[in-house]
Design a protein around this ligand. Structure first.
Ligand SMILES: *[C@@H]1O[C@H](CO)[C@@H](O)[C@H](O)[C@H]1NC(C)=O
Ligand SMILES: *[C@@H]1O[C@H](CO)[C@@H](O)[C@H](O)[C@H]1NC(C)=O
Length: 432
């Protein structure tokens, strides 16, 4: 059984918090607490902190982009439950995943405004499974890149219907027809009534937040105007339909010359002309929290690991600082990973990268700071090799990584939510 190998993986480490956990364990009454956990509240924001049920929430999370896709077919659907159950057992509280598939195989949106009910039911199922394990979902609404359609597919649709202004895939951001397509999709998704629970997505607290786009870039307009306009308009549109949920952009976090003091934090000069600016884009009044990605292999090609880790530390600290001092909003590191295609790659290097990022967020959490969470890219379950990229991990296959991640879950949970641990957190944190 998936995840069955996890027991016995923990060595008896004298934990920083075992006493605290022990005290709470002894007052533990399974039934009423379990029911309570099933009634999740909406995640809110107070300044630079996330709040839920009156407590600050700092997130140890992960990416599994494939949940909806794998929930479509009977043979692969059990992977969804296995992954969400595993994440919950690791004390992870939020999973980031795609709520889009535009025109690709098993598309949710087959053509503009036309949806496949079978795939919508798959997404309904993902939400129900997440709720079952007390995991919230950070749902992304479209891809900047081509997998699962992305902006290129929208442009192709407009071109095919004879209404597109341009064949440039950046016309996604400024073509009024394409903006209308995207709004239609957003409206359909946010007001979707879950076929299993009867709850509209916009009223479902299982959804942590919406993300406008995965890694938006508009390189044809380095001034950043097109993307900024698009963010303002779409963020306002999302909020006009759904005031319950938080919203983020989905940025990688690069600074443009609009943030002159920050340019030397970028991984290179190329990063300042992609049409995005972390500060300006995240400042938008309808954007509740900022998002950042971290790919040192792709951004600092050929550099030694030490150089990459130094960059990562500066990158993470800088963005947390922006959240504290400039944006006054939470900042989430929603993707990071090390590629196994590097010639000097060793699995232990991933632990070093994760720990570098985890430690900064932990320090921020202890000070009630804006460093609000981390999402590893990416987790799979066994037997999914064809869905893997060079970053994928089956988390229980590597004890040191597994232990590092679960320790972070407990450390974060125990700062602000000692009295509100989930069933899974109790089981986990007692063992550490
Ligand atoms: C919101 O944060 C401020 C400090 O930043 C704090 O004084 C206040 O109590 C918080 N409000 C809630 C509802 O937690
Ligand atoms: C955008 O279009 C260009 C030219 O067709 C292509 O090279 C590029 O890969 C596309 N970018 C994305 C993100 O789809």
């Amino acid at each position: 059984m998936v995840g069955g190998g996890m027991n016995g993986m923990f060595y008896p480490v004298v934990g920083f918090a075992s006493c605290v956990v022990f005290i709470y364990m002894s007052f533990w009454d399974l039934t009423p607490h379990y029911v309570k956990e099933m009634e999740m509240g909406f995640v809110r924001r107070n300044g630079s902190q996330f709040m839920v049920d009156g407590r600050a929430l700092y997130v140890n999370g992960w990416n599994s982009y494939w949940l909806m896709d794998q929930a479509v077919e009977d043979y692969s659907r059990p992977r969804v439950r296995a992954m969400l159950h595993t994440g919950a057992k690791m004390g992870l509280t939020v999973c980031r995943t795609w709520a889009f598939n535009d025109g690709a195989y098993n598309a949710l949106q087959i053509s503009p405004g036309h949806f496949d009910e079978r795939v919508f039911k798959a997404l309904d199922h993902v939400i129900v499974e997440a709720k079952r394990y007390g995991v919230r979902l950070l749902l992304s609404l479209v891809n900047n890149l081509q997998p699962f359609g992305g902006k290129t597919q929208y442009v192709k649709w407009a071109w095919e219907e004879g209404v597109g202004m341009s064949s440039s895939n950046d016309s996604f951001f400024y073509d009024p027809y394409i903006r209308r397509y995207f709004k239609k999709y957003v409206k359909t998704l946010l007001s979707r009534k879950n076929s299993i629970t009867g709850i509209e997505y916009r009223n479902d607290p299982t959804i942590f937040a919406w993300e406008l786009m995965n890694e938006p870039r508009c390189m044809s307009d380095p001034s950043g105007k097109y993307l900024q306009d698009w963010i303002e308009e779409m963020a306002g549109f999302v909020k006009s339909i759904d005031r319950n949920h938080l919203l983020t952009v989905g940025l990688e976090g690069f600074y443009s010359p609009k943030s002159p003091g920050k340019l030397d934090v970028n991984p290179g000069e190329w990063a300042s002309v992609l049409g995005t600016d972390f500060i300006q884009n995240s400042k938008s009044s309808n954007i509740d929290f900022a998002s950042v990605h971290i790919y040192p292999d792709q951004w600092l090609v050929g550099q030694p690991l030490e150089t990459k880790l130094k960059f990562v530390e500066k990158w993470v600290v800088s963005h947390v600082d922006d959240g504290d001092k400039v944006l006054k909003k939470p900042v989430m590191f929603t993707e990071f990973g090390l590629s196994n295609m590097n010639k000097d790659f060793e699995l232990s290097q991933r632990d070093k990268l994760y720990k570098t990022i985890f430690d900064i967020v932990y320090r921020s959490a202890r000070k009630n700071g804006a460093g609000a969470g981390t999402f590893i890219w990416q987790f799979m379950v066994g037997g999914m090799e064809e869905y893997n990229d060079d970053f994928g991990i089956v988390p229980w296959e590597r004890p040191s990584t597994y232990r590092l991640i679960t320790e972070q879950s407990c450390k974060l949970a125990l700062i602000h939510r000692r009295d509100r641990l989930t069933r899974f957190e109790r089981e986990l944190c007692e063992k550490i």
